[in-house]
Design a binder for this molecule. Structure first.
Ligand SMILES: Nc1ncnc2c1ncn2[C@@H]1O[C@H](COP(=O)(O)OP(=O)(O)OP(=O)(O)O)[C@@H](O)[C@H]1O
Length: 311
C-alpha cells in the first residue's frame, strides 16, 4: 500500500473576510511528486503554509505522517523540509554558514559539502546571501530545505528564475528525492516542469481543487486534452453569410469552432461524428486538406479548466 506522507481534509482558511482556502482535500505519497498548480492568488502558498503548520487552519485537518503540523510543529519540522518563495534566508550570512547552522538542528543531517556541491553552491560561497542573485539564493534555499534529510519536502516554485543548467540540476534533485522515498510537494507555474516531474497533479483555483490526476489522465479525462482539427483550405469567411451557414451546419453535428482554415472540435469524437462533419464539409462543396487528432498541452487544458492562463 502506498503510504500517505501528507493528508489534508476539508481545509479552510480566510484572511479576514477573504476565503482563500475553501475546502481542500489532498494527499501526498512517499516516493512520489505531487504537482500543485494554479493561477496567481489561487491559494497555493497559503495551503502550503497550513500544510507545514506555520498557519492554523480555520477548519479541516492536516497530518504529516499522522501528526498535526500546527500542534506538533517541533516533531513535524524534523520530518518536513520547506522551501518557500521568499526564501527566508538571513541576508548577512554566507551560504555555508546558513547550512552549518541548519545542519546543527537535525539529528542526522546530510553532509554540507555533498548537498552544496550538487547545487553548485561553492562557486558563490564567499558572498553573503544579500549579494547573491535570485537564482543563487534559490539554490541555497533548496539546500536548506534538504539538509535535514526530510521525509517530505515542500518546494514552492523551486526552479523559478533559474538558468537552464541550474534548473536541470534541480529537476534531477527532485527525481532523486522521490526515487529515495521522499514525498515531494511541488508548487509550480511551469506546466512543462509539472508534466516532466509530477506523478499526480492538483489544480487549485479560488481556494478549491478543480482537477486532479496523473498528468496524462488530466489531459485525457472527460474529453479534455484531445481535439479534432480538420483543415479546410477554402473555408468561407466566418463573417460572410456562407460562413455563418457553414458554422451552423457543423455545430449541429458537434461543438466546433472555425479558425481560419482550421475547423476545431474539442473532445474525443467517435467515428460517426467525424464522418458527419466530413459530410457537412462535402455538402458545402468544400474539400478537406487534412484531418488530425491532436493532444492539448497541459497548459491548454489548464486554460480550459480555469478560463485563465497560468501566468
Ligand atoms: N498575509 C495575507 N494577508 C491577506 N491576504 C493574503 C495574504 N497572503 C495572501 N493573501 C491573499 O490570498 C490569496 C491567495 O494567495 P496565495 O499566496 O496563497 O496564492 P498563490 O496561489 O500561492 O499565488 P501565487 O501563484 O501568486 O504565488 C491572494 O488573493 C492573496 O492576495
Amino acid at each position: 500500500m502506498v503510504q500517505s506522507a501528507l493528508t489534508i481534509r476539508g481545509l479552510r482558511y480566510a484572511y479576514g473576510a477573504h476565503q482563500v482556502v475553501d475546502g481542500i482535500d489532498l494527499d501526498a505519497s512517499v516516493g512520489a511528486v505531487l504537482g500543485v498548480l494554479g493561477p496567481n492568488g489561487a491559494g497555493k502558498s497559503t495551503t502550503i503554509s497550513l500544510a507545514v503548520g506555520t498557519r492554523r487552519p480555520d477548519a479541516g485537518t492536516v497530518e504529516i505522517f499522522g501528526l498535526d503540523p500546527y500542534r506538533r510543529h517541533e516533531e513535524t519540522s524534523q520530518l518536513a523540509g520547506v522551501m518557500l518563495q521568499d526564501g527566508g534566508l538571513p541576508m548577512s550570512a554566507k551560504p555555508l554558514a546558513v547550512l552549518r547552522h541548519l545542519s546543527s538542528l537535525y539529528a542526522n543531517p546530510r553532509p554540507i559539502d555533498e548537498i552544496a556541491g550538487i547545487l553548485g553552491i561553492p562557486e558563490f560561497a564567499s558572498r553573503s546571501i544579500r549579494r547573491l542573485s535570485g537564482g543563487q539564493r534559490q539554490r541555497v534555499a533548496l539546500a536548506a530545505a534538504l539538509i535535514g534529510r526530510p521525509r517530505i519536502v515542500f518546494l514552492d516554485e523551486p526552479s523559478a528564475g533559474l538558468d537552464p543548467q541550474a534548473r536541470a540540476v534541480v529537476h534531477d534533485v527532485i527525481r532523486e528525492l522521490a526515487a529515495t522515498g521522499v514525498a515531494v510537494v511541488l508548487t509550480t507555474h511551469d506546466l512543462t516542469e509539472a508534466e516532466a516531474l509530477a506523478d499526480d497533479i492538483v489544480v487549485i483555483d479560488r481556494g478549491r481543487i478543480i482537477a486532479r490526476g496523473a498528468p496524462e489522465v488530466l489531459r485525457s479525462s472527460s474529453g479534455l486534452g484531445r481535439r479534432l482539427v480538420i483543415t479546410v483550405p477554402d473555408a468561407p469567411d466566418p463573417d460572410s453569410e456562407a460562413g455563418h451557414r457553414f458554422a451552423a451546419a457543423l455545430s449541429a453535428v458537434a461543438p466546433t469552432t472555425v479558425q481560419g482554415t482550421h475547423l476545431i472540435a474539442a473532445g474525443d469524437l467517435d467515428s460517426t461524428a467525424i464522418a458527419a462533419l466530413c459530410t457537412v464539409i462535402a455538402e458545402a462543396g468544400l474539400s478537406i486538406g487534412d484531418i488530425a487528432m491532436q493532444s492539448q498541452s497541459l497548459s491548454e487544458v489548464f486554460f480550459d479548466l480555469t478560463g485563465r492562463p497560468l501566468r
